[in-house]
Design a protein around this ligand. Structure first.
Ligand code: MTE
Length: 327
């Protein structure tokens, strides 16, 4: 982690320093959100998110979700950890690199193309995407394949709500997600650690499952750039890399898409990537995990749960499948 200078004796993360350009793009965000009535909705204790970020970004509150399993009753990972310990290779491979470098990402204007096997393909601007369904707050565990996890209050709606609008045809067996790869905004794209753009895929029933979240915010505010602004997937029962950030294209396809991680190392990252403590990564065990924020010298690792604890909700999707073969 890199620090810039001292202020009132406090160290300041470089990500906290707001450039003029970023300030302006946030004001644009605010204008857009304001037009949607998302700002200043008041703090109606029951209906509104119980959690709030530090107030650096425009507010994006969500009503408490009624989707089964959507609210994990565990201690939330601190906002500063959620936003400073990231994987977003487009901004570098160090955990601190996205927080440091992602200020160059411009989350507005933004649009997402929806195409492929569907009756109503189209391009959606961010303001339209924000209006597809009511915003909900969902507290999900997110476990990275590297063996660490967080508990994050996301804001968004079920991806299925958006997919339905495009009217997928009977040939739409899978959904492929492509994320932004712009050298001008993303310094990491100049390196060849991955075959850009970042691509991920889900089976159509996984994509339509109500737990699969199209996230636009966390901690009651719009997504910080390093967490995948302006919109990213969160698929809580799969390893974190399935949760593609800064999505620009959604394509319905007949054949199973090849994800960037599978391309990079087929024997390490299968298509399904369901969290499964019984299937080790070829280079390490997946039986336990480190909860970010609990990493004191004597902190105990946690047992990793089957499907990351979402087995009751999603186990049926994989009935009859050999999950050791389909890892
Ligand atoms: N999306 C893009 N576009 N690029 C990435 O490098 N990393 C993935 C996923 N989505 C990644 C991405 C991985 S490995 C993880 S663990 C999660 O994002 C991390 O999300 P977080 O930084 O918000 O916790």
């Amino acid at each position: 982690m890199h620090f810039h200078r001292q202020r009132h004796g406090q160290r300041i993360l470089s990500s906290e320093i707001t450039s003029r350009e970023v300030y302006d793009s946030r004001r644009d965000w605010l204008k857009g959100a304001g037009a949607l009535g998302l700002v200043g909705l008041g703090l109606n204790g029951e209906a509104r998110a119980q959690t709030a970020g530090p107030g650096k970004l425009p507010k994006l509150p969500g009503a408490r979700s009624s989707v089964a399993g959507a609210t994990v009753m565990e201690k939330l990972t601190a906002y500063k950890d959620v936003t400073s310990y990231n994987n977003f290779y487009e901004f570098g491979t160090d955990k601190g690199a996205p927080a440091e470098n992602a200020h160059t990402l411009k989350p507005r204007p933004w649009s997402v193309v929806i195409e492929g096997e569907c009756a109503k393909p189209g391009r959606y601007g961010l303001d339209d995407l924000l209006k597809v369904a009511a915003m909900e707050e969902r507290v999900y565990r997110l476990r990275c394949v590297e063996g660490w996890s967080m508990v994050i209050p996301w804001v968004g709606y079920s991806l299925g709500e958006l997919l339905k609008k495009a009217e997928p045809t009977g040939k739409a067996k899978y959904v492929e997600f492509t994320t932004l790869a712009d050298k001008a905004q993303m310094p990491g794209v100049r390196s060849n650690v991955l075959d850009w753009p970042y691509v991920e895929g889900l089976r159509i029933d996984e994509a339509m499952h109500p737990l699969t979240l199209m996230a636009f915010g966390l901690y009651g505010e719009v997504l910080p750039n390093q967490n995948g602004a302006p919109l990213r997937l969160v698929v809580p029962w799969k390893y974190g890399f399935k949760s593609a950030k800064s999505i620009v294209k959604i394509r319905f396809v007949e054949k199973q898409p090849t994800s960037s991680w599978t391309k990079a190392a087929q024997q390490e990252y299968g298509f399904y990537s369901n969290v499964n403590p019984q299937v080790d990564h070829p280079r390490w065990s997946q039986a336990t995990e480190r909860r970010i924020g609990e990493d004191g010298l004597f902190a105990k690792r946690r047992q990793t749960l089957m499907f990351n604890g979402y087995e009751a909700q999603v186990g049926q999707l994989y009935a009859g499948m050999d999950l050791k073969k389909n890892f």
